[in-house]
Design a protein. Structure first.
Length: 469
């Protein structure tokens, strides 16, 4: 069992071979040994407790939470009806788990309102940074579906070029690639230009990515890349026909982007390196016109230090500005929770640093700090409790969010608070993997519904008190 008392100055090594509970893949875990953390840059890696199952590779669309879980405030379903009508009938509808007392989310709500009432042709954009559940588009994928059903489908959003991890995924998209060398902010543990998504994909002639679009809801492909004086060429192929080419030559180290239109209804894309060598960050899959996009940017094993330290500051700022996010969600804490002394002494500074970076890049955008879920730990007699650091992290996040003008969503309390993972693990079927960290698709759906219901109640209240003229 890892030491919960301190962040190791000789940090973590070893290998975890992960698996997916929904596809029956099993894994084994190795030991731990030390390495120097340097200037607090080293991310806090996740190690499971014994043999267990981790993330589903293909997230599902489960039914709403069973009543037996007794959520404090059952979330609104798919919002097929009017929340305004619901609020009229119940003006005291709870937003107990969303702290926005000082209007931190007003910019986001204003963007939703302009979209909702047809006063803007600009899309509403959410960029959600997180750790391993986000890697597989758990929680974020369901939140995207719910919000797009309300405000319109702006397309799948940001996607990495290939899978850095076998369980990397994005709802509605099947991704594969060959010929890429992949460098991630977590894997390299160094400061570098990682673009928006925290990864660099280097490929020479013949490297290819294949992207199957289950919903055929993309008409624009934006390729984000790092320019080089001798940068190569990427061809975008839509359903077997060339849609255009992107030349990546340019000033050394300059982040760039180029868009290629593809035919409506396209089912399969390919990105082919046809000459030279390219360095790519990712692609943004979108469509013309209004709607909402929800980018899921999850690096496996990530902690707040990835955002506060590993991303090159200027490059990161440029990527956020280019994406023009209306809401940035900072959703870390699970990986830090193993190290209580680190949480008590260093975590707050790293969170403030991460928020400051986003604020400097996007002064007008809303920022939402989203707490980690409960994390279970096994005790004597096979009892399951909550990691002691989890509630400490939640309280730090809430205080820092208030101090820095951010919204705060208390995932931990919204899903049931202390001991939730014990109840979820004992549910039939289980709502969490045996590592007591990663939710099943059904558990992820519960969290997504809780988050989106609170945001939508907050939005409707904003719209009632801020009528457009």
């Amino acid at each position: 069992m890892p030491d919960q008392t301190k962040f190791p100055l000789n940090a973590l090594g070893g290998l975890a071979v992960f698996a997916a509970i929904m596809v029956g893949v099993h894994f084994a875990t190795g030991g731990q040994k030390g390495m120097d953390t340097g200037a607090a840059l080293q991310p806090i890696l996740q190690f499971p407790q014994g043999r267990s199952a981790w993330l589903p590779i293909v997230p599902a669309d489960p039914p709403p939470a069973p009543e037996a879980l007794n959520l404090p405030h059952p979330p609104v379903g798919h919002f097929s009806g009017s929340l305004a009508a619901m609020l009229a009938a119940n003006p005291q509808a709870s937003t107990d788990y969303l702290d926005d007392a000082h209007g931190a989310l007003d910019h986001f709500y204003a963007a939703l309102q302009a979209e909702d009432q047809g006063h803007s042709n600009a899309q509403v954009r959410i960029v959600h940074y997180g750790d391993s559940p986000t890697t597989a588009d758990l929680i974020t994928g369901d939140a995207r579906q719910i919000l797009q059903s309300r405000f319109g489908n702006g397309g799948p959003g940001f996607l990495l070029i290939a899978r850095p991890w076998a369980w990397y995924g994005h709802n509605g998209v099947d991704l594969s690639g060959d010929g890429w060398t992949i460098d991630t902010a977590v894997g390299s543990m160094r400061v570098a230009r990682y673009g928006l998504g925290g990864a660099i994909f280097t490929g020479s002639t013949g490297a290819v990515s294949r992207i199957k679009l289950q919903n055929a809801d993309t008409t624009v492909v934006e390729l984000q890349y790092l320019a080089q004086p001798n940068g190569g060429t990427v061809e975008v192929v839509a359903d077997g026909s060339s849609a255009g080419q992107v030349q990546t030559a340019g000033a050394d180290g300059e982040s760039s982007a180029a868009s290629v239109n593809i035919p409506p209804g396209t089912k399969e894309l390919q990105l082919r390196v046809t000459s030279g060598t390219v360095k790519l960050f990712g692609i943004a899959l979108g469509r013309e016109g209004r709607g909402l996009t929800y980018d899921s940017i999850g690096l496996n094993g990530a902690s707040t230090t990835v955002m506060s330290r590993a991303f090159d500051e200027a490059n990161f700022a440029g990527a956020l500005q280019h994406r023009r996010a209306d809401l940035v969600i900072i959703n870390y804490g699970t990986n830090e929770s193993t190290f209580l002394n680190y949480v008590n002494t260093q975590y707050e500074g790293e969170l403030r640093r991460a928020i400051a970076r986003v604020r400097a890049a996007l002064p007008q955008a809303s920022i939402l700090v989203m707490s980690p879920m409960d994390r279970g730990i096994r005790g004597g007699g096979n009892a399951i409790g909550t990691y002691p650091a989890i509630p400490v992290i939640v309280q730090i996040q809430k205080r820092v969010a208030q101090d820095t003008g951010c919204g705060f969503f208390n995932t931990y309390e919204a899903m049931g608070g202390e001991g939730t993972m014990a109840r979820w693990y004992d549910a039939h079927p289980s709502m969490v993997a045996a590592d007591l960290i990663h939710p099943s698709p059904k558990g992820a759906r519960i969290v997504a519904q809780a988050l989106t219901s609170q945001l939508l109640i907050g939005y409707e209240r904003y719209a009632q008190t801020h009528p457009l003229r």
